[in-house]
Design a protein around this ligand. Structure first.
Ligand SMILES: CC(C)(COP(=O)(O)OP(=O)(O)OC[C@H]1O[C@@H](n2cnc3c(N)ncnc32)[C@H](O)[C@@H]1OP(=O)(O)O)[C@@H](O)C(=O)NCCC(=O)NCCS
Length: 172
């Protein structure tokens, strides 16, 4: 029988958090320094975040779940929610366990909405959130540029033309 404990996230859990996230979504890896910096902004601003881990009886971190205010769209009672379970540990009730904890915490902080961002190719993720009452509100389309084959020279004439009209490009 699998014994799993859900507990609050600790600073020492960052590496496990990255391992789980990167196993699930290697094209959008968790950048540890950035994640730590962003996390440090919660609590000293009006933005709040709660994160939990699922830990096996051998002390291995096998899932992570949390919710947080969105930096780009603050609303006191609306949060982004995520649940991630390491692929080797899925379909054993761990995601459900993490979600139950999150739902109960969300209710206790008076949340009125939780927003889960789910990859449309992840049928398990979609089924998981649908079963828990989430409905689709928005689709995000991602554009990517292959910098190894991109030829900027093709766009130079157009860039110069726009610059002559006062349009300035910047990098950020
Ligand atoms: C979605 C995700 C979190 C589910 O994690 P999980 O640990 O597999 O979740 P659970 O095991 O609790 O539930 C998944 C399904 O496995 C099955 N299951 C649960 N316990 C089981 C068990 N002991 N034995 C066999 N099957 C089981 C159930 O069908 C269950 O679905 P249901 O609870 O909706 O009926 C996981 O697939 C994941 O990390 N996906 C990528 C991230 C993602 O899309 N997250 C979505 C929310 S933001």
């Amino acid at each position: 029988m699998l014994e799993v404990k859900v507990r609050e996230f600790r600073h020492s859990d960052y590496d496990s958090y990255a391992t789980i996230h990167n196993a699930l979504d290697p094209t959008h890896p968790l950048l540890l320094e950035r994640a730590k910096y962003e996390d440090s902004c919660f609590g000293r601003t009006k933005y709040r975040m709660k994160r939990y881990v699922a830990e096996s009886d051998k002390g291995e971190i096998i899932g992570v779940g949390g919710f947080e205010h969105l930096f780009f769209s603050y609303h006191p009672h609306r949060f982004a929610l995520s649940v991630e379970v390491h692929p080797a540990w899925q379909r054993r009730g761990i995601g459900g366990l993490l979600y139950e904890r999150l739902e109960s915490e969300l209710r206790s902080v008076g949340a009125e909405a939780a927003w889960a961002l789910v990859d449309s190719t992840q049928s398990e993720g979609i089924a998981f959130v649908k079963k828990r009452g989430f409905v689709e509100k928005r689709r995000i389309l991602e554009s990517t540029l292959d910098l190894t084959s991109f030829d900027p020279a093709k766009f130079e004439p157009r860039a110069r033309e726009l610059e002559s009209k006062g349009v300035v490009s910047s990098v950020w």
